[in-house]
Design a protein around this ligand. Structure first.
Ligand code: DGY
Length: 420
């Protein structure tokens, strides 16, 4: 067996705790993270289906009564993370954060089930999981689009997963930092400061979080009162795909939801309006400040993953993506290197992230096989050369952030063992 495959499996197993997996074995992220966990479950499905479903079940076990699956589950009361479980002060029987993350879980579960060629009877075994995911996606519609505009809001940059992306610079610049903040960062003692978000970012992350806590994380209030409320192209693309994949899973277990089906049509029609064909540009809506934001971010191309029912737009998106990455040795920079906000080494402001490559590959493989294959090979080569790092430079391939990063190992396995 190829030694990187062996090492990838070992990395996941080493990061595994009882029934869930840490994002890395360094102390940077000492808990279970929502979208990390979904990618990790996909990785396991390539060699240990039992671990794969355990990972998913543990994540879902943190679901709140209202339907939300939090972005962090603190199974162990480790204080060595900021903000820790006490600072969040919420959750059901499992302490958690009070916000969520991209619901990629629905799409991952569909891939696992389809690849395994489970019979309808076997899928029934997972009926409870599927229905809990349904409750989760309905939660988004109910509380993150209470006016039924067709677009879902995120209420904290951490909800996107791309925490310090320049996408948030403008909306965050409007957040007045709480003068009585009292917190100590741990992250920039573990990873180089120059690769992590700035102090001013953290001051605002904590300010928004404290405010959500003051509102008792009441989902009915947060949409209207949060200091941050953004409709993001990438997040809505992942959400739309999640809805489509849930619809597929529901059919499998003999259920349907006309409510979700209607929202799929509405969401898709509104999502394409965030794309300007003439300029080949995307726009986010900052609902809090009633303005729009245009930043060339790789996450805009998650629209390819959403499988829009529009060949013309899909073709244009591919053309635009090729232009976006034309001058790069390593694919894909998280922000176009030509943009003024690009930073080669700082977290989500430029580095290459393997999960973004995987999402875009999935979106491309039924639309441009040749380009999809280039991405698959380039990602595999980068990881084999630089090992399982959290992120990489698009210029030199330098590996950065955490080492032994779980989703990099998981998605490497997925790229390597599943050629379409
Ligand atoms: C972190 O701690 O940097 C995480 O990305 C927040 O979810």
């Amino acid at each position: 067996m190829n030694s990187t495959i062996k090492f990838a499996k070992k990395t996941l197993i080493n990061n595994r705790r009882s029934n869930y997996t840490l994002p890395t074995n360094t102390k940077l992220y000492p808990a279970q993270w929502n979208w990390d966990s979904a990618f990790i479950a996909l990785g396991y499905s390539n060699f240990n289906l039992d671990y794969s479903f355990k990972e998913i079940e543990t994540l879902i076990s943190g679901q709140w009564d209202d339907g939300m699956i939090p972005h962090i589950l603190f199974h162990i009361k480790d204080l060595n993370y900021t903000p820790n479980y006490k600072a969040w002060n919420c959750g059901g029987k499992i302490s958690s954060s009070g916000i969520t993350q991209p619901p990629i879980l629905a799409s991952i579960l569909r891939i696992i089930i389809e690849r395994q060629k489970f019979s309808k009877k076997k899928v029934k075994k997972y009926q409870t999981l599927i229905l809990k995911i349904k409750k989760y996606l309905k939660w988004f519609i109910r509380y993150r689009d209470p006016k039924r505009t067709g677009l879902i809001s995120i209420l904290h940059p951490w909800e996107s997963g791309y925490d310090n992306s320049p996408l948030w610079d403008k909306p965050m610049s409007k957040v007045k930092i709480d003068s009585k903040l009292n917190y100590k960062r741990k992250d920039n003692k573990i990873v180089k400061k120059s690769q992590r978000p700035l102090k001013i970012d953290y001051d605002r992350y904590v300010t928004i979080k404290n405010h959500l806590r003051q509102l008792n994380y009441d989902p009915k209030k947060l949409y209207f009162k949060s200091k941050f409320n953004v409709v993001d192209v990438g997040f809505n693309s992942l959400f739309l795909k999640a809805l489509k994949d849930l619809d597929f899973l529901l059919k499998f277990i003999g259920k349907k939801s006309s409510f979700l089906k209607k929202y799929i049509l509405l969401n898709e029609s509104k999502l394409v309006k965030l794309y300007n064909s003439k300029k080949m540009k995307f726009k986010n809506k900052d609902l809090k400040n009633n303005t729009s934001v245009e930043i060339p971010s790789i996450t805009n191309f998650f629209m390819l993953f959403a499988d829009l029912n529009n060949n013309l737009i899909n073709r244009e998106l591919i053309k635009s993506l090729k232009k976006y990455s034309k001058n790069e040795k390593y694919f894909f920079p998280s922000i176009s290197s030509k943009h003024k906000s690009f930073e080669e080494k700082r977290y989500w402001r430029g580095p290459v992230w393997v999960n973004c490559n995987w999402i875009i590959y999935q979106g491309l493989k039924n639309k441009d096989k040749k380009f999809a294959e280039i991405i698959r090979k380039k990602t595999i080569n980068l990881v084999e050369k630089k090992k399982f790092r959290e992120y990489y430079s698009c210029k030199s391939g330098l590996g950065m952030g955490a080492k032994n990063f779980s989703w990099t190992a998981a998605l490497y396995l997925d790229f390597k063992l599943n050629r379409s």
